[in-house]
Design a protein around this ligand. Sequence first.
Ligand code: HEM
Length: 442
Amino acid sequence: MTAYMPLAVPLYGEEFAADPGSVYARLRAFGPVAPVEISPGVSAYLVTDRQAALELLHDTETWSKDPRTWESGLPPESPVKPMMGWRPNALFNDGPAHRRYRSVITDSFSRIEPHRLRQQVAEIADRLIRDFAATGETDLVGQYARPLPLVLFNAMFGMPEKDGPRLVAALGGMFDSTPENATKANEDFGQYMSELIALKVEKRGDDLTSWFMDHPAGLEPEELVHEVVLTMAAGQEPTTNLISNSLSRMLSNPDYYSTLSNGALTAHDAINDVLRNEPPMANYSAHFPRTNVHFHGTWIAADQLVLISYHAANTTPDVLSGNGGGPRTDGGAHLAWSAGPHSCPVKQPALLIAITAIERLTSHLGDLELAVPREQLQWRPGPFHRALTHLPARFTPITPQKTGVTPWSSPSPSTRQAGTSTESPRSSASGGPRHASYSPAT
Ligand code: HEM
């Protein structure tokens, strides 16, 4: 466990959620590295400077991703354990072990054809829009941005369409504020994972789970489960936030508002603006020094937790363009995907998913607008994400009788499979991974 740091600034409360910018300004007064608390009693250092962040993320000799020594000092029920605890997957391992785990993910995603993915996202978007189109109002987090990646993952990992709502209720339900509901959601997710693996052990398909199983890395059953869980969990939260944070900006800025029909700024602009100025993952990239280090003016003990603030690093004063805080369209370097060997391996598909989801929504609901001013939106507390609690919006209701392209008129081939459709399902009777169970909170 970490040494007590008397000046540590809390990142978990309402104050940080309501106005992270002023907290980052306070943190910058410490220099490039600042003491923070990510949960009561759990201290860390946060790197807020862009150059220092890049240096750390590329220096694998000094810094490790393995949390096991640090984690051994955490209380067993610590709420940060699910995000920070070691598992046999890409996120928590270094060197050759990391490369092996990561290759399973990158090779499998490289099999997904972008036009097929775009079509899948469009179909799922239309399905979700159909559910609220006739009402004229919606919560774009709860009814759109949160379920969309999960319904998509349900299809990409090869579960039948009917199981999509289960995954939405389970993984989406972990954000529920009551501990009982969150515990139930956790158990349901474990059950979903067991059924998914059992299904693919019995019969492979053209889906990510089958490709993970048959990858030359030869994942053991337990590793397989943790790689699938990592990919779903790492994809869900930031993709939801990328879609909803971008929509909140588009729907509150007249330059975007007019683009729903004819203006100058597009969904790409909103996404670039969010990636730079309000990254979906605000602070993460947990690292631990292998020995005591003196890093940009701060002594850090071996195995102390150090996090990167993508948000603070992106908005380090010397990288601001001085354009008065308006949306940026330059697409230049930012750290929203992190950097170095652990940077997001699914960046291009994630961008395609977010852009397609936003374009589909705004093209079907042309007069979509926020139901409350953006300044009144609530942000979910927590040190790692920049996430809206709700995004209430209204629009002129539409029904299946509407003419032209509508959420009911789009082509809807099956969304059950992820990829190329060039392979036939095969049995895993010989040598496939055995059934492994998932225990989320270990
Ligand atoms: C389909 C959606 C996505 C999937 C499946 C996905 C998957 C992953 C995986 C597996 C990792 C771990 C890589 C490693 O350790 O080698 C990762 C890392 C990361 N991803 Fe993504 N991701 C998705 C979307 C996003 C989005 C939208 C963002 C934010 C813009 C994002 C930001 C990050 C960051 C910052 C990391 C580094 C985390 C760390 O090192 O602690 N990802 N992602």
